[in-house]
Design a binder for this molecule. Structure first.
Ligand code: BEZ
Ligand code: FE
Length: 311
């Protein structure tokens, strides 16, 4: 029988000693960045467990939750990106990674619905590849550097939902690459496109991320927005969104993407002469917006979704 009062009994190990042992186990990680990341993960993870008194059943529940995130992910849906988005982690990381001078285009969330390889369109093209089902929107302006000098040859990779709040890759009724396209600025830095006016829409909430939103009494709505990736040689690639100024969800975005400089105003154009000049038989919305690019290195986007097979 163990004598718990014996002077020779080793003292019970503490959680802090376990943390020190684990940190020592990774101390020789050859890649310095991996060592830094893993060390911080261990330190903060163990501190989190101590702070909240994490119970074994809760750790198992967390593991089950991550497993379900994997099960809900497929070629057209990425539940882990969604999770980082609703926790605000994406916006913290993006904002830290892309500091820009005052007045320059700021970053916002990429989201899980970006599809690379959209067709390059001539300026003035309409991204409605089928029947117009939303409200027509004309969007035009220039790409400029921070001194106001036009940037020729900048690429604007644009995507948005249809009137039903669905991206084409999630909606088999929409044509391939509907409401997605890339535009290149002309010699004066101008771009011009037609699409549908963005609508607010719910992010997918039928999986583990939805459970989290409900458990924390949060809305699953995103304010109306147009996605843009702005890039040009010798300029920083900016992944961002333009948010419509009259949207009721601007203050409660499920993924915290709204920044004041990204809120834009669409004018309603209905004068017959303007409609006729634009080749439209009915009124339309118009957004005039310049993209101010920051000098730096252009980068590629390391994620693309695919189109969901019709079921
Ligand atoms: C989106 O705007 O496409 C989006 C962003 C984050 C999560 C879900 C959707
Ligand atoms: Fe979106």
């Amino acid at each position: 029988m163990v004598d718990v009062h014996s002077a020779h009994a080793p003292p019970a190990i503490t959680s802090e000693q376990i943390t020190e042992t684990v940190l020592a186990a990774v101390a020789d990680t050859p890649d310095p960045r991996i060592r830094q990341l893993v060390t911080a993960l261990i330190r903060h993870g163990h501190d989190l467990a101590r702070e909240v008194g994490l119970q074994p059943a809760e750790l198992l529940a967390a593991a089950q939750y991550m497993k379900r995130c994997g099960e809900y992910s497929d070629r057209s849906r990425h539940e882990f990106i969604l999770l980082a988005d609703v926790l605000g982690l994406t916006m913290v990381v993006d904002t830290l990674a892309t500091p820009v001078p005052s007045g320059a285009l700021e970053s916002s969330v990429l989201g899980p619905f970006y599809r690379a390889g959209a067709p390059v369109e001539p300026n003035g093209a309409d991204l409605c590849r089928g029947a117009l089902r939303g409200e027509a929107a004309h969007i035009c302006g220039r790409a400029l550097d921070v001194d106001g000098v036009p940037v020729a040859g900048a690429e604007l990779d644009v995507w948005g939902t249809d009137h039903n709040g669905l991206y084409e890759n999630m909606d088999p009724r929409q044509p391939e690459y509907n409401l997605r396209g890339r535009f290149v600025t002309d010699d004066d830095g101008h771009y011009e496109l037609w699409t549908v006016k963005p609508v607010s829409y719910p992010i997918p909430d039928d999986g583990p991320v939805g459970d989290l939103l409900r458990a924390t009494a949060r809305s699953n709505m995103r304010p109306a927005h147009l996605h843009v990736i702005a890039s040009a040689p010798d300029f920083r690639t900016i992944i961002t969104e333009l948010y419509t100024d009259d949207d009721p969800y601007l203050g409660t975005d499920a993924v915290f993407g709204v920044k004041p400089s990204l809120i834009v105003h669409y004018d309603w154009i209905s004068e017959p002469a303007r409609c006729a000049a634009a080749g439209r038989s009915a009124g339309f919305w118009e957004l005039q917006h310049d993209f101010v690019l920051t000098a730096g290195e252009s980068t590629t986007v390391a994620f693309s979704t695919e189109r969901r097979e019709s079921r």
